[in-house]
Design a protein around this ligand. Structure first.
Ligand SMILES: *Cc1c(COP(=O)(O)O)cnc(C)c1O
Length: 381
């Protein structure tokens, strides 16, 4: 079955009770048993819920995994993966990680004796230098936020496996439509379904997908034991969103292509970070592992000052000033004063996050309207 068909049908059956074509929202906390221990596979809703189960099967199918495990947020999904580790284990993560993951690793899990190293993995070969016999997990994001760098999933998987470690890819930025990390050798995929999978900026949810039964069993055990499960209504919203992922992604990518070219030739713009440009430093890897180049991009102004960026951010009318990404509406953000504000300026500049760097999550509105909006805002720069 092709991906577009899977997005609509995988894991979904007509409701056995009524034939309803749409998965019902099983808004219940418990299930009545016929006799003690005699039931239809459902006992208590933290442990099992039919709406959640359909979502888990659907996400597993579109990521070419065997098991999906859903959580109440992307962070809860990432936390569950961390709970599979033991004190003394080492994790190597790519260095420009989602801020929430960095915080979870360094402020919560480091104190339980798990060691984290953050390495620039644009050259995956660098893993060889850092991975040792204590390394259990390699954690990458690709494309990265906000500089849209690309990490070679297949190369990381080969090195991880040679060292006896697992490779986990946070696939939130790409979505399963653009990239399926398990096909390139990754062992685990995590999603903040809050972003492209849900796609309508109306739900917070996370999913882990694996292709190994014993890892899946561990994660279901953690899901039930720690209990960060999503509600059935939220599961249903993501299921509904997923049915149009391919159509949305195609428009996201088309719009992004035009906006990236518009920005690149604009006299006030110094540089545009978007992995679809043939001179992007990791373009060849993007071509290899992605089906298209996505709708996340960032750009730097020639007048590289925070105040100048702020004038643009307060002048757009369609691009909404907000954190998050992946929804139908276009968003604009300023890492230096929003997502990356807690990083000291010197360090921020060293990692390439200039004062005027502006990030866009290109939505699926009419592209001419989006370009006109950026054009009038750039006049204020
Ligand atoms: C948003 C995001 C998360 C966290 O997901 P939540 O659903 O907000 O908890 C993790 N990774 C990436 C790349 C994200 O963009």
């Amino acid at each position: 079955m092709q991906l577009a068909t899977k997005l609509i049908h995988a894991g979904v059956e007509p409701d056995p009770a009524t034939g309803a074509i749409m998965t019902p929202i099983y808004q219940t906390s418990t299930y009545v048993q016929e006799a003690p221990g005699k039931h239809k596979g459902y006992e208590y809703a933290r442990t099992q819920n039919p709406t959640r189960k359909v979502l888990e099967q659907a996400v597993a199918a579109v990521e070419n995994g065997t098991h999906g495990i859903a959580f109440s947020s992307g962070m809860a999904a990432i936390e569950a993966m961390m709970h599979t580790l033991q004190p003394g284990d080492k994790v190597i993560a790519s260095n420009d990680l989602y801020g929430g993951s960095y915080r979870l690793f360094t402020r919560i899990f480091a104190k339980y004796g798990i060691e984290f190293q953050f390495v620039d993995l644009q050259d995956a070969g660098r893993l060889e230098q850092f991975a040792d016999e204590r390394t259990r997990l390699i954690w990458i994001e690709t494309p990265t936020n906000p500089l849209i760098r690309i990490v070679d999933i297949q190369a990381c998987a080969e090195i991880a496996h040679a060292r006896g470690a697992l490779l986990c890819v946070d696939n939130t930025f790409a979505s399963p439509w653009l990239q399926n990390p398990l096909d390139w050798g990754a062992d685990v995929v995590v999603h903040s379904a809050t972003k492209y999978l849900g796609g309508h900026s109306d739900v917070v949810l996370g999913v882990v997908v694996v292709k190994d039964v014993s890892l899946a069993e561990q994660l279901y055990f953690i899901q039930n034991s720690a209990g960060a499960v999503p509600g059935p209504h939220d599961c249903w919203l993501v299921l509904r969103g997923m049915k149009t992922l391919h159509v949305r992604m195609q428009r996201h990518c088309e719009n992004a292509r035009q906006i990236a070219s518009f920005l690149r030739q604009h006299p006030k713009v110094q540089q545009v970070h978007w992995c679809g440009f043939s001179d992007h430093p990791n373009h060849a890897i993007a071509r290899k592992q992605m089906r298209d180049f996505g709708a996340m991009m960032s750009f730097v102004l020639k007048d590289d000052r925070i105040e100048t960026a702020h004038r643009i951010l307060s002048s757009t009318r369609l691009f909404a000033l907000a954190e998050s990404l992946g929804g139908v509406e276009s968003l604009i953000g300023h890492p230096a004063s929003m997502t990356h504000a807690s990083i000291p300026r010197e360090e921020r500049l060293k990692s390439g996050l200039s004062d005027s760097l502006i990030r866009l999550s290109v939505g699926i509105e009419d592209v001419q309207d989006l370009i006109a909006d950026l054009e009038q805002a750039l006049e204020k720069a």
